[in-house]
Design a protein around this ligand. Sequence first.
Ligand SMILES: Cc1cc2nc3c(=O)[nH]c(=O)nc-3n(C[C@H](O)[C@H](O)[C@H](O)COP(=O)(O)OP(=O)(O)OC[C@H]3O[C@@H](n4cnc5c(N)ncnc54)[C@H](O)[C@@H]3O)c2cc1C
Length: 107
Amino acid sequence: MKQILEIDLRNQQVTVQLRVINKWVTQVVSGACFYYSSDPSSHIICSIGGNVAENSENLHCLKDGVTTNHVVGLKFVISDGLVVDVGVTVPEMPGYELIYLLGLKGH
Ligand SMILES: Cc1cc2nc3c(=O)[nH]c(=O)nc-3n(C[C@H](O)[C@H](O)[C@H](O)COP(=O)(O)OP(=O)(O)OC[C@H]3O[C@@H](n4cnc5c(N)ncnc54)[C@H](O)[C@@H]3O)c2cc1C
C-alpha cells in the first residue's frame, strides 16, 4: 500500500495508496512546481492514511485548509470487509460531503 498510482497535474490531483509518505507526494510533483500543502511537521515520516485518519494540519492550513479539504475521494474497507468508495474526482462538486461523515475530525 505504498504506491503512487496516478499523477494528474492538469487537475492537480494525485491518487495514492494509504501508506504513501506525505513528503513523497510533494517530491513527485515538485518538478512541475507543485507541492502538497497539507504537510504536518512529521511529513517526512507520516503517511497519507494517517493524515486522513487524524485530519492533520499545519501552518499552510490557515490559507489552504486541513487534510480533508484536499481529499476528493477515498476507497476504504470497513470492519465487515465491504469496500466503500466515496467522493468524486471533481473538487467542490454539489452534493453530500460523505468524506466528512466517516469519523474524520472535521472542522
Ligand atoms: C514530530 C512530529 C510532528 C508532528 N507534527 C504534526 C503537525 O504539524 N500537524 C499534525 O496535524 N500532526 C502532527 N503530528 C502528528 C502525526 O504525525 C500526524 O497526525 C500524522 O498525520 C499521523 O500520520 P501517521 O502515518 O504517522 O499515522 P499513525 O501515527 O501511524 O496513525 C495515526 C492514527 O491513524 C490511524 N491510521 C493510520 N493509517 C491508517 C489507515 N490507512 N487507515 C485507517 N486508519 C489509519 C492509526 O490507526 C492511528 O489511530 C506530528 C507527530 C510527530 C511525531
